[in-house]
Design a protein around this ligand. Structure first.
Ligand SMILES: [Zn+2]
Length: 406
């Protein structure tokens, strides 16, 4: 009994009366301290002297509540108080108590405990299970906590922003994500990856914020470029070298598939015997191959002229996005375009045409040394976050969680 009383001695406005223990539940009885001036729980207005009806407020407190725990018990707090007529709101109200916020059915400390355990790794279900609070309440608690903790969007002063798209569902559901490139934080997330999606973000900005954006870095994706050209005409646009490399690798891979298909029919070459392994090595960054792997791969590829040529062209692209000087970038890009255009590979010719459409914007990336490699790191975190069991039946909640935790 006494030990339980000890847990309630810090609340000056509440007096411990007694506690009972039954069916693995402690029920703690407290009463409102008459020496403390009661104020309205709704508006904070001090109540008059004349009390209205009696009222008991029931709260859930920190428990050892876990389905797995044989010694599990629950703690329920019952606070006896009087209601008063509030002269400010003109209603019959209960007094505010220090132990819980208005309207809540749980104590502040139980809430803090739950929030402390909420992070990108823990599921709502888990926190609900060990706090004994319902999942829907934990959900709401988390959203309130996130909304109260995230800095207001108008406080952000990004100078360089990176725009990227992420797949929010397998298939074709996309979201547009805007990052503060310098701080590496997510500024905005919206469904869709069209021009309008990005415009939605820009429309949230104040004139001062818009003027403050000097550089926008993004993929070679026409709708995004349109949005920036239209709404942030002063900003320097970068067609991000990281995505350029990615686009080229994608074309190489498409072409490799085409080339492999023609060989498969012949089934003559040695490397087909270990086809899977070879494909894996072909796709890998050459730097990540052991010297003997590299040798055996190129040895095999030499048996097929097209594939060998394709592999050599692929190697040209390697390290492109990390080039440090504009001059070197110019030379390398120039060489890549020439080689690709002259190559017999249709997919490479196609990606070249895209690159040429963004040539100056790509070079801007090297001039300002800005690329979306960093944003890609955050995107990967979002992917991991999705796998941790945070779904997105509700996009706004998913967005809030991503912005808060990632
Ligand atoms: Zn009031």
């Amino acid at each position: 009994m006494e030990s339980i009383a000890y847990l309630y001695k810090d609340f000056n406005d509440l007096v411990f009366v007694k506690s009972t223990f039954e069916n693995n539940t402690y029920t703690v009885y407290l009463r409102f301290n008459k020496r403390v001036k009661a104020v309205c729980s709704e508006c904070g207005n001090p109540f008059g002297k004349k009390a209205h009806s009696k009222h008991t407020r029931t709260l859930q407190d920190i428990s050892t509540h876990s389905a797995q725990n044989a010694f599990a018990y629950k703690v329920i707090v019952k606070v006896d108080m009087h209601k008063y007529k509030c002269t400010q709101c003109g209603q019959i109200r209960t007094p505010a108590i220090s132990m819980a916020q208005k309207g809540n059915r749980y104590t502040n400390r139980l809430r803090s405990m739950a929030i402390e355990h909420l992070d990108a790794q823990t599921t709502i279900k888990k926190v609900a299970s060990f706090t004994g609070i319902s999942e829907s309440t934990i959900n709401r608690m988390e959203m309130e906590h996130i909304q109260a903790s995230l800095p207001p969007p108008q406080e952000a002063k990004p100078r360089i922003i990176a725009v990227d798209e992420i797949a929010i569902r397998k298939g074709r559901k996309y979201a547009t994500v805007v990052y503060d490139w310098e701080s590496g934080t997510i500024l905005w997330m919206v469904k869709g990856h069209d021009s309008e999606a990005l415009e939605t973000y820009i429309h949230t900005l104040t004139d001062e914020q818009k003027a403050g954006i000097e550089i926008v870095s993004m993929d070679m994706w026409r709708p995004y470029h349109h949005a920036v050209e239209k709404l942030l005409p002063h900003a320097k646009i970068i067609a991000d070298p990281f995505h350029v490399s990615k686009a080229i690798y994608k074309s190489v891979e498409e072409q490799r598939k085409i080339e492999f298909e023609t060989i498969q029919k012949e089934e003559r070459l040695n490397f087909l015997e270990q086809r899977k392994k070879q494909i894996g090595m072909f796709k890998k960054n050459p730097d990540n191959l052991e010297p003997d792997q590299y040798d055996s791969l190129t040895e095999d590829l030499k048996k097929n002229e097209s594939l060998y040529k394709l592999y050599i062209l692929k190697e040209r692209v390697h390290g492109l996005w990390k080039i440090k000087t504009l001059d070197q970038a110019k030379t390398t890009l120039h060489q890549i375009v020439l080689d690709f255009i002259q190559s017999p590979f249709e997919k490479l010719q196609k990606v070249c045409k895209t690159i040429m459409g963004y040539y100056d914007k790509i070079l801007n990336g090297f001039e300002y040394q800005v690329n979306n490699g960093k944003a890609e790191g955050i995107n990967n975190k979002i992917k991991v976050f999705k796998r941790k069991g945070y779904g997105y039946p509700n996009f706004e909640k998913f967005k809030a969680r991503v912005m808060f935790y990632v």
